[in-house]
Design a protein around this ligand. Sequence first.
Ligand code: ADP
Length: 661
Amino acid sequence: MNNMDEVKLEPILTRPRRQMSDSKQKKWNKSGRGKIEHPQLVKAALPRKKTSIVTVDTSKAKSNLDVVRSCLRELGWREYPFGRRDFPCDIYWNTATYQDSGDVCSGKVNKFPGMSELLNKINLTRALDLLTQLVPEEFDFYPETWFLPQQYFQFSATVKSRMEKDPKYSPTFIVKPDEGSQGEGIYLIKDPVDYVMNQRNHVVQEYLSKPLLIERMKFDLRVYVVLASIEPLEIYICKDGLARFCTVPYSKPTWKNLDEHYMHLTNYSLNKHSSTYVHTDSEDNGSKRSLTSVLRQLEDSGYNVTHLCTEIERLIIKTTLAIAPELKIHYRAAVPIGKAGPTCFQILGFDILLLEDLKPILLEVNSGPSLRIDYEQEVASGVYERVISAIDDEIKHPLVRDTLLLIAPKNKLKKRVKRDANSIETLESPIEDDQEIQKYPEESCLEQIFPAKYGPEYNWLRILERVSAIYQLCLGVKGTVSCKMGLTGFRAFTRRCKLTSQTELSTAEIDILYIELMKKWDMSPDKDRNLTQGLCYQGFMEGFLQIAHKKFPSSNKLDTVEQLIDYCESNLELHNYRLGSSILPRVPLTKAERRMDELKNIYGNVPSSLKRPEYFLDYQSFPVESLRNHRKHKSRTGRSNHGNSEKAKEGFSDSDDHEPH
Ligand code: ADP
């Protein structure tokens, strides 16, 4: 079954198919796919023609399958539940990661490479912290966070000093495992000494003890966002979402109620086990409600909901812009420029808590929000059955359907003339002019918030893309694959951007900065391994901020960064590629650099001792002989003396790190 090219399931059983000619049958058998012996399956495995209907591979859709399948049925598109071999599909829908779709080289995949790592609690916090350093007033929607165990002493020292300053200060903290989800492993503490150190990394945040309550219950909002494209960046918000309620009335945290998860944590996956959880088909009562019904209720109570919605949209844009540069780096590592590959889109779930004064606070961003539209119901004692959850279906079905419509190839979309509650009527001819295509977003539950609504307001945040372009340019070949910058890459960055000088930053200072950044940004317990692995983009960004502050001191941090970006871009001769064309091509290699690459292909890595500037200036004079001798000597002794002395000078090994050109 796995070997065959799949076609729409139902028609296989019902629709009569044409018989294969003998020669075709032979060819088919030769291709290895003719192993299927059951006559009906052989027919089903016939290669199909490229179709004008949108095709969707759902072979990895797993828990998303129900909702995706029901949307495909509504749209009349073709589903390939076991994948397709004869032609690529237009859309690949995975539950988990980009890698699940294998070697796809066209179409659209519903996951970005690296997204789940970028959105884990530590990474997200770091991305937002960096921007908080630059513009604190814009990023006050995220709780103060420490990483444990690394920042334990910083955490307890901060708490102690605040307590000394204000004797009434009696905080509560929430400890969460870095890669945890669904409330798993979360606990509240009153004192830093109560932190339980184990094998996992955690984040600890001040517990926000004054949430807005409805009917005395704490709740949070799940807002769905579609990242439709990364180059150019396009962000859509779903007009409806969910509100998830606790199942025990809220009281401020005290020593007595710290362990009451049903009171403090709003996760559905926890609260559904509570005896007081209310499943209902109604959207405005029960433990899970629609976002719009909650907003309506707040509006009726006199809250300024329009302002709240704007604040939520801004929070979403700023968070997405904070992770976008690194996302591009991961995308380019998976699909290098010039290599055929799919483009990506992704549905994200933003979890937002409202405070008493209606201020929205970002709790986390889910890279794979649940798209389940059913739940388990006990129909008789001990007997469970999966039943459709009306509220989930009502929100998630339009979300998935309109996401599919948004990213489907436009030339395959039919003119839609009418949509009522259950159906979309289509005309036979495909849409030809743009005007007609634009009908879709108007009807859609998705609204573009970037760039359409807030593009000009947040253009300044795109300085991040410029820093990431500089980072990418200096990553080197190995770094481009691992998305990490080695010491040689970092040195190359400072050298090529003319940042090192006797008076400002010495080479030694640059090396020390690199080591310090590595120590700070490396979360792995295996320190030595990671020192050779390299610096992530966020670590580089922090180094960039530090250099900017040193080179262009000014009270306005944003200004200093912009000045350094301008300076680096002019030295890297990047002015022609400034924002606008968001894909920055690599700077062409010089003759000497090409020569070095050729030599590298022949002899492997070129030892640092031979990478002298004079060889770059006059590549013809490159001492090929000495390189040969070096290799011979190395193969005889099994190690290179020369290389070792270099390593000793540098303090640690970076020999396998390609020097970027
Ligand atoms: P998980 O990924 O395990 O769901 P979250 O960060 O979403 O972890 O936290 C789980 C729940 O804990 C949230 O839904 C929210 O109800 C509560 N929570 C998380 N952080 C805070 C905080 N800083 N203050 C108050 N409540 C919080």
